[in-house]
Design a protein. Structure first.
Length: 387
């Protein structure tokens, strides 16, 4: 069946006890054991909850893995997955990785004796060169944030397989609608479900899917041990949000493509990053390994002053961190999502002071373009002292 159908009919959408068309919010922390000799499916809600289980099974089905896990945030999910590694282990990580992932690697795991090397994973030779005898994992984010660099997932998986590494892919930007890393050879997919999966800027959540039983067992044990599980109300919100994932993505991605083309022709824009533009370095690879380009694009207006003016002048997008919502969100990576990254590291990643990231929502593309046109207008820039 096609993705849109599987979102709604995956075996986890109807309450098995009542037939209710929405999985109930099971607000219970513990479960009565009517026969202590034969424990039931659920015993304590950190270990399992029926609402959370429906969500976990849904994401596992959509990503094509054996088991899914829901966490209290994307970072809780990613941090828990990193606990698969031990002191002395080394990881190779995409240089353009999400700021929070960079922070947990460089400020927390480093203290625990888990080291990492950041490389441009779009160049697989750099990945191979960074592998050491103690390397155990490869962590890839593609397309990356915010310059949308594309890493060859099948190529990365071939390296991981031959060198015995666990390949972990952050699939937040594309979701399983557009990209299924497990089918390309990854071992684990992680998500900030706060973004497109939730889709409504109203829930913070993380999801993990394991491709095989062995890793699924270990992640399940870590989820239960560390305990950063997703709350039941949020699990329900996420299940609800995900039902419209395809419908939302179709509209937002179509608008993103139009806006990217429009920005590429705009005289005040120095550069546009969108994998759907033929000039993007990852255009062909993206077309090969993914089924779409998603709804996030970035563009460089040349200076911090100009970026600030655009942020102040737009009226439709939220000016905020985060992405992947029904409303468009415009952010300034240098001072928002990547503020915790040292300036030198940021600039190596192309995150200049003039870079803006736009997550396209469900507003009309025409209205968004008109709003951006006004915000970018040279005359206004000049009057405000920019340029
Ligand atoms: C937001 C984000 C995260 C972190 O998720 P939270 O839900 O905010 O903890 C991780 N990776 C990517 C690509 C993200 O955009």
């Amino acid at each position: 069946m096609e993705f849109g159908t599987r979102l709604l009919h995956n075996g986890n959408e109807i309450d098995p006890h009542t037939g209710a068309a929405s999985i109930p919010v099971y607000l219970a922390s513990t479960y009565h054991q009517s026969d202590p000799d034969r424990p039931g499916r659920f015993d304590y809600a950190r270990s399992g909850n029926p609402t959370r289980l429906a969500l976990e099974r849904t994401i596992a089905e959509l990503e094509g893995g054996v088991r899914g896990f829901a966490f209290s945030s994307g970072m809780a999910a990613i941090s828990t997955v990193f606990l698969l590694f031990s002191s002395g282990d080394h990881l190779v990580v995409s240089r353009d990785v999400y700021g929070g992932t960079y922070r947990v690697l460089t400020q927390v795991l480093s203290r625990l004796g888990i080291s990492c090397t950041f490389v441009d994973t779009t160049d697989l030779k750099q990945v191979e060169a960074a592998i050491r005898p103690e390397t155990r994992g490869l962590f890839v984010e593609t397309p990356s944030n915010p310059t949308l660099k594309v890493t060859d997932l099948a190529g990365a998986a071939a390296i991981a397989r031959s060198r015995g590494l666990i390949l972990i892919v952050d699939n937040t930007f594309l979701t399983p609608y557009y990209q299924t890393p497990l089918e390309l050879g990854a071992d684990i997919v992680v998500h900030s479900a706060t973004k497109f999966l939730g889709g409504h800027s109203d829930v913070v959540a993380g999801l993990v899917v394991a491709k095989g039983e062995e890793l699924a067992e270990r992640i399940g044990a870590l989820q239960n041990t560390v305990g950063a599980v997703l709350g039941v109300q949020d699990a329900w919100l996420l299940l609800r949000g995900m039902k419209t994932l395809k419908a939302r993505m179709d509209v937002s991605a179509r608008s993103a493509a139009r806006i990217a083309e429009w920005l590429a022709d705009h005289p005040a824009v120095r550069r546009v990053y969108y994998t759907g533009l033929p000039g993007h370095p990852g255009y062909r690879l993206q077309a090969k390994q993914a089924r779409g380009n998603g709804a996030v694009l970035s563009f460089d207006v040349g200076s911090r002053e100009r970026a600030m003016q655009v942020l102040k002048r737009v009226t439709l997008p939220l000016v905020a961190v985060s992405l992947g919502a029904v409303e468009s969100i415009l952010s300034h990576p240098a001072t928002m999502s990547h503020a915790s990254m040292p300036r030198e590291e940021r600039e190596r990643r192309g995150i200049t002071d003039g870079l803006l990231r736009l997550s396209v929502g469900l507003e009309s593309a025409e209205d968004l373009i008109a709003d951006l046109a006004e915000a970018l207008s040279e005359k206004k820039m000049f009057v405000l002292g920019g340029g």
